[in-house]
Design a binder for this molecule. Sequence first.
Ligand SMILES: C[S@@+](CC[C@H](N)C(=O)[O-])C[C@H]1O[C@@H](n2cnc3c(N)ncnc32)[C@H](O)[C@@H]1O
Length: 408
Amino acid sequence: MSPVDVSVALAPADLQAVPKLLEDMTKDLGKLNAEDQEARHEFLLKARTLVQSLETPRETMIKHCWAQAGALAGLQLGVDTGLWKLMAKNGDEPQKVGDLADALGIEKPLLSRMMRHLGAMGYVVEVGEDVYKTNNFSKSLSIPIIGDGYLPMLSGGSCGAMRFPEYARKNNWREPTDAHNTAMHYAYNTKLDFFARQHEIGYGEHFNHHMGGYRQGRLPWMDPSFYPVKERLIEGADSSPDVPFLIDIGGSVGHDVSQFLKMWPDHPGKLVLQDLGVVVNQIKDLDPGIQRMEYDFHAPQPLKGARAYYMHSCLHDWPDSVCLSILGRIKEAMKPGYSKLLINENVIPTEDAWWETTALDMVMLTYFASRERTRTDWENLMEKAGLKIVKIYGGGHGVESLLEIELA
Ligand SMILES: C[S@@+](CC[C@H](N)C(=O)[O-])C[C@H]1O[C@@H](n2cnc3c(N)ncnc32)[C@H](O)[C@@H]1O
């Protein structure tokens, strides 16, 4: 028995909030434009509160338990079958489900039901019976760095989140910290870590594309308004062409290091991209100015005395015990008084965190038994590793910080 009467679940969650929200949004309408991210984010939060206020708790429950799971199934089916690419290629005209189904080899009733739900949820535009158009969202799913992530992150990982309560119960509701016994391992009955498993199930390249997608629209750390690259890295660096200048460890197919080369073409020394062999071998296009190297970050670092060892979204994938091994290999290679370790990751605030950051923390919890780290978490980790944080450069809402670190 609940102490709450069912009438609470059947009435709008907060109808009284609606007039004020609408009034505020109307008042701030002039601030809304595509360039001002902060103003747009403020609007989005208000719009979300507006929807949550208008919905009855029962409707929100149905949305979670039925609608969102079904929509994610349909969106993934569209990525997997090439539906979004075909619809984008066909253009903005209304498209018949029968023609799309024939072209893709999908049984028409299956595609018809999926499209009907995606239309009802607003992800495609329903023009008539079994006739749909794309909108900018479904059109964007045809872009590999936007669409491909649905397969590794949802089909390939999200069962860890869906079965998390079961896993947590079996582990007596302790916070998971064992990289070999995560909810992802439990849900998929696998011994492989997330990355090895993605490659085994054929989603390795999809995941690389997702790594190209999540960063879009964010200010990169190498922008002078974010981190003073010239003053902190270039000035004082060894200018011999063979000396490593910046090494991107776990750099995927080179998204960051390529951007660095574009923004700082006159950098001294060498730029190097390191990742597992399976990833490095998937690189299709890398500027010849960047050296690619197969490397497991638990093995001794072959390149000693670089100006900067750099890692983006790698340490958050692992609990502290594993990070200490990774950091140990970097520390051994650092030249005292010269080398820096740069970490591009979230420093999650202990209150008022941004939803993209809390969402990533849930990915870390349920796929990796790891976490987005607070400032104190980072300080403790670096202290244990024999390193010290010199300064944390902030990137704003939803943008990772840059931690500049030296030998302690
Ligand atoms: C979350 S991705 C981040 C990729 C890239 N830094 C970015 O932000 O786009 C983590 C990366 O770590 C790599 N990785 C995982 N285990 C590794 C290992 N043992 N040695 C080197 N790289 C590894 C993965 O292949 C993947 O590219």
